[in-house]
Design a protein around this ligand. Structure first.
Ligand code: LLP
Length: 467
């Protein structure tokens, strides 16, 4: 490994242009433990150790980039939700990260699982998650997916349109089964998050509108169907949310809808699913609320609204994805190029290029998501410099960490670890620029097990069947 000093890099205290939330760290070698899997530390040799695995060893064994998921961390967060939301059904949202192993962990921790496609159903079942514990989502489920779900005995189908209700009824008639359904509604809540991950405002593709009256019509329609067993309402307001206010409004509106349904039919709906969306800390500026606090707030909000509408408390569910697997994951990259770019006013920025990028983590490019990172293979006593960690793709927007302080001696061969990478990174990966997708390994007490192997060029070549 080469350690080169970067000529001309400017010390952090001289650099302007970083975002206001980014604090100059007192000690660059210290890890903000709120961002990393529980138990992560930097050992005496300066190596970051996750789940008992020094990341230098991980890089040697697996190559880079590699995604590591700390099994104990995943399980402990699953347990936190189970314990804090005691009596609630916890559906782990498989879209955040799903492998057979992850499905097994979720099953063993007593969670249920939210799936959206045939692929997610197949992986979940292959991992040993019982079909009865699955909820099938999606605004455009195929007939094949619907029929597969019915044949396997998937526990809940969350219907999203009138078209789907009809198709579901036809499939039930053909297969001679009844489907257990929830109706996905849009509550009109403007979740304070990126537009593309806010899902309950009116003008978007998910759900049936409460305000437009379609939600009530759909509920009554499902209730009167001989093929459907209507259990209740489903609401998901968005993702990476820190405030409970949006949930409060969603609970009020769904409870009001349930009471309107009761007036129309004389029947009280037994279930309410409030979806996922609980935010995690990607940077030191993020302040997610502890799960116990969230649970207490949710309990209080539900109780209050049930009382207001004179309803008995329904069976409640939530669907956390990111909050369970996000903090459990670390992405590990190797530095290949370091470049100092001169900016206006005599300032400069250090561009640190690593061997992954927007193909394994599209979130910064897609949502302007912020991350943090640290050199994982050594300590450094160099001064911090404002840096930008970028990928190897042919796009200027191929940024992994827009603003981060790294030691000024960051060099080719260094390893950069990015916490908070367990959710929506590898699961949203692509083969852009014909790059092979990185592996996902799990680690526990120093033992590394491959969950998803690294894609190979042979994998890519096999798909390309043209002449
Ligand atoms: N339930 C439903 C119906 C959902 O659509 C989602 C996420 C979840 C639960 C889980 O949300 P979570 O607890 O993980 O925030 N790719 C974006 C997030 C999109 C999430 C889509 N649905 C991102 O990288 O931020």
């Amino acid at each position: 490994m080469t350690h080169m000093h970067i000529a001309g890099s400017i010390h952090a205290d001289a650099v302007q242009g970083g975002p206001t939330w980014l604090q100059l760290p007192e000690d660059l070698n210290a890890l903000d433990l709120r961002l990393w899997p529980r138990g992560t530390f930097r050992d005496e040799a300066g190596r970051v150790v996750v789940a008992g695995v020094p990341l230098t060893e991980l890089a040697e064994q697996q190559g880079t980039p590699t995604y590591l998921i700390d099994e104990a961390d995943f399980r402990s967060r699953a347990r936190d939700f189970r314990e804090a939301f005691s009596g609630w059904q916890i559906y782990y949202a498989g879209k955040a990260l799903l492998t057979r192993t992850v499905a097994r962990w979720a099953a063993e921790e007593g969670l249920k699982l939210d799936v959206t496609t045939m692929g997610e159903m197949r992986i979940a079942l292959a991992g040993g998650m019982p079909a009865a514990r699955l909820a099938l989502h999606g605004n455009n489920k195929s007939d094949e997916e619907i029929r597969f779900a019915l044949a396997e005995g998937v526990g809940r189908i969350v219907v999203d349109s009138f078209d789907e209700i009809e198709r579901l009824e036809r499939a039930c008639a053909d297969l001679g089964v009844k489907a257990t359904v929830l109706v996905r509604v849009t509550t009109g809540v403007e979740a304070h998050t990126h537009e593309y991950i806010a899902t309950a405002h009116e003008d978007q593709k998910f759900g049936l509108s409460i305000m437009g009256g379609q939600a009530l019509t759909a509920l009554v329609r499902c209730h009167s169907s001989q093929y459907l067993d209507l259990r209740g309402i489903h609401s998901h307001i968005g993702s990476q949310i820190f405030e409970t206010l949006g949930f409060e409004v969603a609970i009020r509106r769904t409870c009001k809808l349930a009471s309107q349904f009761r007036t129309a039919t004389g029947v009280e709906l037994p279930e309410l699913d409030l979806g996922g969306g609980f935010g995690i800390a990607y940077t030191s500026a993020d302040q997610p609320r502890p799960t116990t606090e969230l649970a207490a707030a949710f309990e209080e909000m539900v109780e209050h609204e049930c009382r207001a509408f004179d309803m008995s408390r329904p069976m409640l569910s939530i669907e956390p994805g990111r909050a369970i697997c996000g903090p459990a994951g670390v992405a590990l990259y190797r530095v290949g190029t370091v470049k100092t770019v001169e900016l206006e006013g005599g300032r400069s920025r250090v561009y640190v290029s690593v061997d992954g990028g927007m193909s394994d983590n599209i979130r910064p490019s897609l949502y302007a998501a912020e991350y943090s990172g640290a050199i994982a293979n050594r300590r450094s006593s160099a001064e911090p410099v404002l840096s930008r960690v970028v990928g190897k793709h042919c796009e200027g927007g191929d940024i992994l960490i827009r603003d981060v302080f790294l030691p000024g001696d960051v060099a080719i061969g260094d390893l950069i670890a990015v916490p908070g990478s367990g959710a929506y990174s590898r699961s949203m990966a692509s083969n852009y620029n014909q790059v092979t997708k990185p592996p996902v390994v799990s680690a526990r007490d120093g033992v590394v097990t491959t969950m998803l192997r690294r894609e190979t060029l042979d994998d890519l070549m096999r798909l390309d069947v043209g002449q």
